[in-house]
Design a protein around this ligand. Structure first.
Ligand code: 13P
Length: 257
């Protein structure tokens, strides 16, 4: 982490879990368990139907509301989709873009990721851009090439001032939901690489202010070590964010520098 130049962010990704009726209780438990002093920015990226309840429950708190996907088109005949202005109207501050599960199961491409990032930034919503290599890519020593490609595509056509507002999450696919975390060195190496690509494209000032998160089996046992790395500015947490006490312990770990 480097608090001097960038935000520390702990974001939960509930994926397709939890129920709207359980949101209030979760937030009460989280607020009771988390440190009273401000250690980091906290975000909960929840399924669309839970956003209104989350918004109500987090009023007067420092927990920001996030979503897990959005459609890049403004409005119109896109049955089943959710637009950016709908999320804006619900005061959503962050949206996950290009999660590997969306790329794998729902046909999300680097080009749709780029379109979503642009539209979100236009609306003043922070995109959390997910990148990450598969196990095969790692074994073939293609990790850095793959990550470079994903980052360049996601940020294509953006002005430096827009890139500055983005958050990147490095999520190695082989570490998601598997209990197999990247070592802090492996995660640091890729996060450092991501920052170098941004530096090359947009300059040092922009690169040092972009928060880069790690995601993939992060929990209260491994978070302090991952967060001690200089280019890891927070976490995008799946399974471990479903338990408010566990999520609070990860938030607390941001204070252990
Ligand atoms: P897990 O923490 O369950 O491995 O999920 C990580 C993730 O995909 C967050 O977006």
């Amino acid at each position: 982490m480097n608090r001097k130049y960038r935000k520390v962010i702990i974001a939960g990704n509930w994926k397709m879990n939890m129920l709207p009726s359980k949101v209030k209780r979760y937030v009460e438990e989280l607020r009771g368990a988390m440190p009273k002093f401000k250690t980091c920015n906290i975000v909960l990226c929840v399924p669309f139907p839970m956003i209104p309840n989350l918004r109500k429950a987090t009023r007067d708190s420092r927990i920001a509301v996030g979503a897990q996907n959005v459609n890049e088109h403004e409005k119109g005949a896109y049955t089943g989709e959710v637009s950016i202005s709908m999320l804006e109207d619900l005061n959503v501050k962050y949206v996950i873009v290009g999660h590997s599960e969306r790329r794998q199961y729902f046909g999300e491409t680097d080009f749709t990721v780029n379109a979503k990032v642009k539209s979100l930034l236009d609306a003043g919503i922070v995109p959390i851009i997910c990148v990450g290599e598969s196990l095969e890519q790692r074994e073939f020593d293609l990790t850095m090439e793959h990550i470079s490609y994903q980052i360049k595509a996601a940020l294509h056509g953006l002005a430096p001032e827009q890139v500055r507002k983005c958050v990147v999450a490095y999520e190695p696919i082989w570490a998601i939901g598997t209990g197999r975390t990247a070592t802090s060195e492996q995660a640091q190496e890729v996060c450092e690489h991501i920052r170098a690509i941004i530096r090359r494209g947009y300059g040092a000032r922009v690169a040092r202010s972009v928060s880069i998160l790690y995601g993939g089996s992060m929990n209260s046992q491994n978070s302090a070590e991952l967060l001690s790395m200089p280019d890891i500015d927070g976490g995008l947490i799946g399974g471990a964010s479903l338990d408010p006490a566990e999520f609070a312990r990860i938030i607390e770990a941001t204070d252990q520098e």
